[in-house]
Design a protein around this ligand. Structure first.
Ligand SMILES: Cc1ncc(COP(=O)(O)O)c(C=O)c1O
Length: 393
């Protein structure tokens, strides 16, 4: 069997129609398959490769850490410099109330940890989440996922969860003194890049504060410059009680984190002790890679380049087949009249050397969230190819 057949036979599958590109190499904003064909990467591993694939400073940090040590002990017991340095760098670039970083393996594990922390800190059980939200695929994260199709097969899920309409002020009164937390994506990702109204998000913040409810913002896709500021919440002049990070956090290595004030985080240390346990969370190689990637992001001022690149995309993606483009920074949902049209476009773009995909809850839109390092020339080339494909419809 060739490699592709072995993949289909022995690697657990998530759908009956995987893209199944055979990747040989990834560099900057390009993927290369085993035949040497190059693809412009318009999805960056889904908001992971914000500093580009294989940035030399990230690779150097990984190599150094490989020589020093790999896993030495379960999370939290020994002082590991890559974790400490990265937690400090994150805290230095976050508001004062977000100063304690709990590293996990993944985004979903960060979501789980944050939900547990909110229950512990408030002594309450009710969790409010939004329709069309995506927070991961573990059972706790599935319980708050905002789409019945995706969660129904796994019932019973966590009790005492309320799903509300994103951007709708009518349910604000539901945030009350029985609510442990409200968990929202700062900008909804899988709904197809849906931004909150500033006044609404601020009202949510206010109601949480008044009722002693923790506000958790999931920036697992929105963080690390994607929206044009380092953190998505900066656009709305609010600060969450708990911030969730993942994806680009690890600079291409697996890593997640939930971040809060130390006084909240300390709840996990007693009664019972070890409130969240993870063997590999905050793996030293992942932290070394993430630390280097954030330094690159800051040094190269990548967030500052986002607005101009977004505008270039928007000016070039001008075609009657496109019904709408929702965008927030280098993060776009290009929308057609139907799923069928969208699928045709995505498939033909792949043939033309442009790599993209769809959103979980926006079947007629394709995703643009490239490495923030994408160049003007690459944007022009990608948009030329997209418009040429649209001519073939
Ligand atoms: C907004 C958001 N939250 C949470 C997650 C879960 O992260 P992970 O896949 O690392 O568990 C994702 C993953 O796509 C996400 O987009």
């Amino acid at each position: 069997m060739n490699q592709r057949e072995l993949f289909l036979q022995h690697v657990g599958q998530t759908s009956t129609a995987p893209l199944a590109l055979e990747i040989a190499k990834a560099k900057d904003c390009s993927l290369f398959d085993i035949n040497g064909k190059a693809y412009i990467d318009l999805i960056g591993g889904i908001s992971v490769a914000n500093t580009g694939h294989g940035h030399p400073e990230v690779i150097a940090a990984i190599k150094k850490q490989l020589d020093d040590y790999l896993h030495v002990m379960v999370y939290g017991e020994v002082v590991q410099s890559p974790q400490v340095q990265y937690a400090k760098l994150l805290a230095d670039h976050l508001p004062a109330g977000l100063n304690s970083v709990y590293f996990t393996n993944s985004g979903a594990e960060a979501v789980e940890g944050a939900m547990k922390l909110a229950k512990r800190y408030t002594g309450r059980t009710r969790i409010i989440a939004a329709k069309n939200s995506y927070h991961g695929s573990t059972q706790g994260a599935l319980s708050i996922l905002g789409d019945e199709y995706w969660r129904n097969a796994y019932r019973p899920l966590l009790p005492d969860i309320l799903h509300i309409d994103y951007n709708n002020p009518n349910w604000l009164h539901q945030i009350d003194t029985a609510t442990a937390c409200v968990i929202l994506e700062t900008i909804q990702a899988e709904g197809g890049v849906i931004a909150p109204d500033k006044a609404w998000l601020q009202a949510v913040r206010k109601q949480c504060t008044e009722t002693g409810t923790l506000l958790i913002l999931d920036e697992i896709q929105a963080g690390f410059g994607r929206t044009g500021t380092l953190w998505g919440f900066e656009h709305f002049d609010i600060v969450p009680d708990i911030l969730l990070l993942g994806k680009a956090l690890g600079g291409g290595m697996p890593l997640g984190a939930f971040i809060s004030d130390r006084k909240i985080m300390m709840c996990l240390t007693e009664n019972p002790v070890l409130g969240h346990i993870t063997t590999f969370g905050g793996h030293p190689v992942s932290c070394a890679a993430g630390h280097a990637a954030l330094q690159v992001l800051l040094k190269e001022q990548l967030a500052e380049t986002v607005h101009a690149k977004e505008q270039l995309f928007l000016s070039l993606l001008n075609h009657p087949q496109i019904k709408q483009i929702r965008s927030f920074g280098l993060w776009m949902a290009v929308t057609f009249d139907s799923f069928e049209t969208n699928k045709k476009v995505i498939d033909r773009l792949l043939e033309q050397g442009v790599f993209t995909d769809w959103f979980l809850f926006a079947a007629s839109s394709f995703r643009i969230c490239p490495p923030l390092t994408i160049t003007e020339a690459e944007i022009k080339k990608a948009c030329e190819r997209i418009c040429a494909v649209l001519e073939t419809l």
